[in-house]
Design a protein around this ligand. Structure first.
Ligand code: NAD
Length: 482
C-alpha cells in the first residue's frame, strides 16, 4: 500500500523556484514519504489573463490535499491584482498564521539576547479584507473588520498552542487605546479566554511599545497573539533581529488543512542569482512535516540544517566575518544540508517533538440584544469655504420634520460642529451624527426618511453607518466631548 502523503506545491515568483528546488531536494533526500502535485500560481498566471492568479482546477488541487507548500509570490504595490496569498488564506479558512523564530548565537549574528518566540497572527480579518473606497475628491478609506468568532478562534489557538508546546506566557498586542471597538474587542476576548488557562502567564502590550520590545528585547516574549497587520509587521522585525528574514518559515492553519511558506517575499532583487537563503521555505517544510505527523523527518532535516549553519556554511545574508567559514550559494548550501542528514548539531539544541494536533472549538456568539440608536451620515461637501456651521444649518433645515436631530459633525474624526475650532483642517469628507430625542425609538425607516430629506436638499450622501447598542452597551465610538 502507498503510505505517502500527497502535498500541493507551488514554486511562486522571484527566488521562489530556486528555494523550492532546494527544499524539495532536501525533502526527497530525507526519505520523507511525500508525493507532490505541482500547481502554478502568481505573476505568470495573472499575466496570462487569470484574474485570481490561480487556475480553477488548481483551487481543486489545493482543496484535495491536506498540506500546501508554497514559495513566495510577487504582489504589485499600490495597484494591480489582489494578493493571492490573502485569497488562499481566507478562501480556505486558514485562520492562524504561526511564525516561530529563534536565535542561533553565536553561529548566526543576532541583534538581541537569546530569543525563542512565536507569533500567532490572525490571518483572515483586519485591514487585510481589502475593502477600500474613494468616497470624495480628497478622501479614501479602508475597512478594518474584526469579528468575535475570528478573534475567539485565534486567541483560543494561541493558548492551546502555548499549552501544547509547553510555553509559559502569552502576550496580546493591540492598539485599543485608539481603536476601542475593533482592537478593544480583541483585547477583551483575550482577557476572557485567558481565564481558561490559569497556568499560563498573560500580558497585554500596546502594539507600538510591543514592537519596540520585539526589536530590542524579544527574549522577554514567548507566544504573541495579535491582529493581522501588526502580526505581519512584527514578524519581519522579529526575523530580522534574529539574524535574517531568510531564516523563518510559517504555517497557515485551518480546519483539516494548512499552507506552509517562508515569511519573506519573492525578493526580486536577488532572483536567479543562486544567492537566496532557502532556510525560510525549508523551515516551512519542517513545520509541514510536523503537521503531517512526520516529525522524525522534520527533526532530521532541522538537525542537518542547523549543523550546516553551526559549521559556518552560510548564504550571503548570514555572512559574518570570523564566524562564516564558507559563503555559499543556494545550490551549494542545499548539497551541504543533504550531506549532513542523519547528523546532529553539537551546540544548538534541536527541539524535542511530542506535540499532539491542536483542535479548537468556539462557542456561539448569537446572544445579543441589538438596539438602533441613530446614524452617522457621511457627506461629500465642498462649498461655502467648507464652513461647518453652514453645513449644519442646511442639515438642520433638511431634517426639521425627522425624528432624528443633528448632534455633531466631524471631519476626519475631529469635531467641527458644534463649537469647532477655526484651526482644524477640513477635507471634503464629513460625518454627520443624527440621534433622536432621549427616549424616542428609531427604526430603519426613520433613517431612510432622513436620508431622503437630506438628499432632497441636494447634499451628496456617500454612506451611512448606523449607531447600535448591544446588550445595553454603546457599540460605536464617541466623538470629542460627546
Ligand atoms: P522580500 O521579503 O521579498 O525582500 C526583502 C529583502 O530581504 C530583500 O532585500 C531581499 O533580497 C531579502 N531577502 C528576502 N528573502 C531572502 C532570502 N531567502 N535570502 C536572502 N535574502 C532575502 O520583501 P519585498 O521586497 O518587500 O517583497 C517582494 C515581493 O514579495 C512583493 O511583491 C511582496 O508583495 C511579495 N511578498 C510575498 C509574500 C508571500 O508570498 N507570502 C510575503 C511577503 C512579500
Amino acid at each position: 500500500m502507498d503510505n505517502k502523503h500527497t502535498i500541493t506545491i507551488a514554486k511562486g515568483d522571484g527566488i521562489g523556484p530556486e528555494i523550492m528546488e532546494s527544499t524539495l531536494e532536501i525533502l526527497k533526500a530525507s526519505g520523507a514519504p511525500l508525493k507532490y502535485e505541482e500547481i502554478e500560481i502568481g505573476e505568470k498566471v495573472y499575466l496570462s489573463g487569470e484574474k485570481t492568479g490561480i487556475k480553477k482546477e488548481d483551487w481543486e488541487t489545493i482543496r484535495r490535499n491536506k498540506a500546501f507548500l508554497k514559495a513566495p509570490i510577487t504582489t504589485p504595490q499600490g495597484g494591480g491584482y489582489k494578493s493571492i496569498n490573502v485569497a488562499i488564506r481566507t478562501s480556505f479558512g486558514l485562520f492562524a498564521n504561526i511564525r516561530p523564530c529563534k536565535t542561533f548565537k553565536p553561529f548566526i549574528k543576532a541583534n538581541c539576547g537569546d530569543m525563542d518566540m512565536v507569533i500567532v497572527r490572525e490571518n483572515e480579518e483586519d485591514l487585510y479584507t481589502g475593502i477600500e473606497h474613494q468616497q470624495t475628491n480628497e478622501v479614501v478609506q479602508t475597512l478594518k473588520i474584526i469579528s468575535k468568532p475570528g478573534t475567539k478562534k485565534i486567541v483560543r489557538y494561541a493558548f492551546e498552542y502555548a499549552r501544547a508546546y509547553n510555553r509559559k506566557k502569552v502576550t496580546c498586542m493591540t492598539k485599543d487605546n485608539i481603536m476601542k471597538q475593533t482592537d478593544g474587542l480583541f483585547h477583551k476576548i483575550f482577557d476572557d479566554i485567558s481565564k481558561d488557562y490559569p497556568e499560563i502567564e498573560t500580558e497585554h502590550r500596546i502594539i507600538d511599545i510591543g514592537s519596540a520590545v520585539v526589536a530590542t528585547n524579544p527574549e522577554r516574549l514567548d507566544v504573541v497573539v495579535t491582529l493581522n497587520l501588526y502580526g505581519d509587521i512584527i514578524s519581519d522585525i522579529m526575523a530580522q533581529v534574529a539574524g535574517s528574514v531568510g531564516l523563518s518559515g510559517s504555517s497557515n492553519i485551518g480546519h483539516n488543512r494548512a499552507m506552509f511558506e517562508a515569511i519573506h517575499g519573492s525578493a526580486p532583487d536577488i532572483a536567479g542569482q543562486d544567492i537566496a537563503n532557502p532556510c525560510g521555505l525549508l523551515h516551512g517544510a519542517i513545520l509541514m512535516l510536523d503537521y503531517l505527523g512526520l516529525s522524525p523527518y522534520a527533526k532530521m532535516i532541522e538537525a542537518a540544517a542547523l549543523k550546516t549553519l553551526e559549521e559556518g556554511i552560510h548564504t550571503g545574508d548570514l555572512y559574518q566575518e570570523g564566524v562564516t567559514k564558507r559563503k555559499v550559494g543556494t545550490k551549494e548550501f542545499t548539497k551541504e544540508v543533504i550531506a549532513r542528514l542523519g547528523q546532529e548539531p553539537t551546540k544548538i539544541k534541536v527541539r524535542e517533538r511530542n506535540v499532539k494536533p491542536i483542535e479548537i472549538s468556539i462557542s456561539d456568539t448569537r446572544d445579543n440584544v441589538k438596539t438602533l440608536e441613530g446614524t452617522d451620515c457621511f457627506l461629500d461637501w465642498d462649498e461655502d469655504d467648507r464652513n461647518p456651521d453652514i453645513l449644519a444649518a442646511k442639515l438642520i433645515e433638511a431634517s426639521k420634520d425627522s425624528i432624528l436631530n443633528l448632534k455633531v459633525i466631524t471631519n476626519r474624526g475631529v469635531k467641527v460642529y458644534p463649537d469647532g475650532m477655526p484651526e482644524t483642517f477640513r477635507t471634503d469628507h464629513w460625518r454627520c451624527r443624527f440621534v433622536p430625542a432621549e427616549g424616542t425609538k428609531v427604526t430603519n425607516k426613520d433613517i431612510i426618511d432622513l436620508l431622503s430629506k437630506i438628499s432632497d436638499s441636494n447634499l451628496d450622501i456617500i454612506k451611512t453607518e448606523n449607531l447600535y447598542n448591544f446588550n445595553g452597551e454603546r457599540a460605536y465610538s464617541l466623538t470629542q466631548g460627546e
